[in-house]
Ligand binder design. Structure first.
Ligand code: SAH
Length: 383
């Protein structure tokens, strides 16, 4: 018997399905679906393309600004295709405005967050796929709160479209104005909301006006390691980057840090990752939060090095961002450096992730957790 929590691993868990989903939005549908709907509403099919061009091509989300649509049509189409899905609760900026975090309230009151990160050569947004998360990783703020519900496809896409609009407005100084990368590293386990996440990815990569026109290679799906869903992802006609949240190279510790490991062991999840790499030709990113005296020992670096040597993999070490009240802390820098050295000696490409957004509670779920408790995590964004 284990005292660790049981993890819901059914991709469409009944509890998640019963929860109140938002109204349908144009981003839930492909262009053909939008044309069908528009025609059913008694409008000409070309209105579907027109409204899609506003939303995906020009990043206009407010129907009032779609002035080339006749007022009557605009109202009818806005009602059916552009319901307001995300209400901003808080927007915070740090790193001289290069990192911006948004906290949203959904139609049913659930809170989710997204982050925009500007770099000299690219703009990345980190988006949420669920309100809360059912995976219960003990070091993760979202994991502590449990799962509220799956997000709809459009709720996922709208985060990226909104922040693409923020980037296009030029407020992220020193970065290109065009959103280029999307990572599913916000709240939630994307592969536990499989169908909606895949549909959202299709919207992100379809050329405008059907979608945002991002490159598949610039989309990263991060997972705790739901093995059947990784195999399913490999069989889609998509070659997105897979990130696997490993955090421990041995089952004893991973059973605790990533409880879904009780169902699928380290060797099984790595086999699924290598199958994904073989099928797509894409290097898998192995995520490893460095937790002081928990998973940062030299022997664990050596074991990880042996598991990954010669594989199509890259290790991304993440300095732990301690959640409030946590018994865990980030590894000291010398320990981190030794861990990197051992992995590289084993021939494994390794980098340490930058710690963007720390002062605005950049770690998974912390902003939403602070809002729920009524604490002020940081100053309001000025821009
Ligand atoms: N559920 C998915 C994606 C969301 S979290 C997954 O687990 O991969 C994105 C990454 O942030 C994961 O690797 C997760 O383990 C990591 N993470 C969560 N909380 C963290 C914290 N407090 N410090 C550092 N990394 C954290």
């Amino acid at each position: 018997m284990t005292s660790l929590p049981l993890i819901p691993v059914d991709p469409d868990a009944p509890g998640a399905r019963r929860a109140a989903m938002p109204p349908q939005h144009l981003a839930d549908l492909d262009l053909a679906g939008r044309k069908d709907l528009v025609t059913k509403l008694g409008e000409s099919a070309f209105r579907a393309r027109q409204i899609s061009t506003h939303y995906f091509g020009r990043l206009v989300r407010d129907p009032a600004q779609m002035t080339d649509l006749p007022a009557v049509s605009r109202e009818r189409l806005a009602d059916q295709l552009l319901p307001r899905l995300l209400t901003p609760v808080r927007e915070l900026a740090c790193d001289d405005g290069a990192t911006r975090k948004a906290l949203w309230r959904l139609h049913d009151g659930a809170l989710v967050e997204s982050v925009l990160m500007g770099y000299p050569d690219r703009v990345t947004v980190c988006i949420s796929s669920q309100a809360g998360c059912g995976m219960a990783c003990p070091f993760c703020a979202t994991g502590q709160a449990g799962l509220t519900r799956n997000l709809s496809t459009a709720e996922i896409v709208d985060q990226a479209v909104y922040l693409a609009g923020v980037a296009a407005s030029g407020v992220v100084a020193g970065s290109p104005p065009r959103l280029s990368h999307v990572v599913f590293m916000g709240m939630g386990e994307p592969l536990a909301n499989y169908n909606r996440v895949i549909a959202a990815i299709r919207r992100l990569v379809s050329p405008a006006p059907e979608g945002l026109g991002l490159s598949q290679r610039h989309i990263t799906v991060s997972t705790v390691g739901l093995v059947p869903a990784i195999h399913r992802l490999a069989s889609e006609d998509l070659s997105v980057t897979l990130a696997l949240s490993l955090h421990a190279p041995d089952d004893e510790l991973r059973d605790e840090l990533v409880p879904v490991n009780q169902r699928w062991k380290v060797c099984e999840v790595l086999d699924a990752a290598w199958a994904y790499a073989a099928r797509t030709g894409r290097r898998v990113s192995i995520e490893y939060a460095m937790i002081k005296d928990v998973n940062d020992q030299p022997w664990r670096a050596d074991l990880l090095g042996r598991l990954l040597a010669g594989k199509l993999a890259h290790v991304n070490l993440i300095p732990l961002n301690p959640t409030p009240g946590s018994r865990w802390d980030a590894s000291p820098k010398p320990v981190e450096r030794e861990f990197v050295r051992r992995l590289r000696d084993a021939g494994v490409s390794t980098t340490v992730r930058d710690t963007r957004g720390r002062e605005i509670d950049g770690a998974c779920g912390q902003l939403a957790a602070a809002e729920d408790k009524g604490t002020d995590p940081a100053g309001e964004m000025s821009a």
